[in-house]
Design a protein around this ligand. Sequence first.
Ligand SMILES: *Cc1c(COP(=O)(O)O)cnc(C)c1O
Length: 352
Amino acid sequence: MNTRTRVTIDREAVRQNVASVFARSQKQIFAVVKNNAYNLGMLEMVGTLMEAGVYHFAVAEVYEAIEIKTNFPDSYVLAMNPATQFEVARDYGIALGIPSVDWLKRYQADLSNIELHLKVNVGMNRFGVSSLEEAQAVLEVVQEQQLCLTGLYTHFPLADEPGADHDGQVERFLAIANVVRTQHEFTYMHAENSATIVKHDERLAFCNYVRPGIFLFGYSPIEKMDWLVPSMRMTTEIVEIREVGADEHVGYGTSYTTDQPLRVAVLPVGYGDGVVRGRSALPVLIHGKPYSIISKLFMSHTFVAVDSTVEVGDEVVLYGDGIEIDDITRTGTANNSEQMCARSWRLAHRYL
Ligand SMILES: *Cc1c(COP(=O)(O)O)cnc(C)c1O
């Protein structure tokens, strides 16, 4: 355990973000907690979200849904990837996404008493029916087999891409959704991910749930949002300070050379701990003051150019106090979700 590098996850921040998303969307929340809740810890995050009034969760795989249902039997969980564990889904009461007409036809005999959510593909071309004809084919199988179709949803892949035809993709969804919902009653209609929620699209007013992930954890897939509260803080401490002369390299290779004598602090953290290499483009904070990372970020070490006020043992803020995971996105090297998912659990973790 790397106890000198500490991660704090703030549950109150998550609760505040839930309240803000409720207030802004005026809809119920289907919280996306795939990948161990964006790597913040599935059970802690689901527990926190439930305290904040969220009972509906979406994950990619059935095993993730089992983890939630085992620990929180009152939760409602949708597993969105094409699944084949039907007995398990039935036993645990896990809802499954319908990824295609083929899938539904192949497994129609296995799906009794499993709640199903019909996915509409509007352009990501990952899962979902792509035309009204396909949606009608789904409704036919549902009727014939008396299946339990309770949900209708889509996912907008262009919502966080400025200038892309997101509107056209909303229209594709409406062309299907507005017909099928006159033919079948859906309990759960959900489309808006984080980036779509802030568009307040009236055409999606019929959706009674929003389906955010990253907003709940305090980060934004688009521009910074001042109403979000970042949930993760990462600090480390200086383990060594060196007075390096001019014309010396620092770290492996020759990519960094001092042009004058330099006081260099060594941090015991690197990409092996899941700090993405693009982090070197952003300063760290020591006593609240920004200092530059120099050389590259290495597996277990990072170098920082410091001044005489900095000493061995001083705390170094990698994420927090205004330098946030969101800032990684603007380095153009990685995005915020990637940094969240990369972070190692071998760092010391604490929940507030
Ligand atoms: C990950 C995911 C979301 C959540 O997206 P955010 O940008 O984190 O809000 C919603 N729906 C689906 C299908 C997803 O895969």
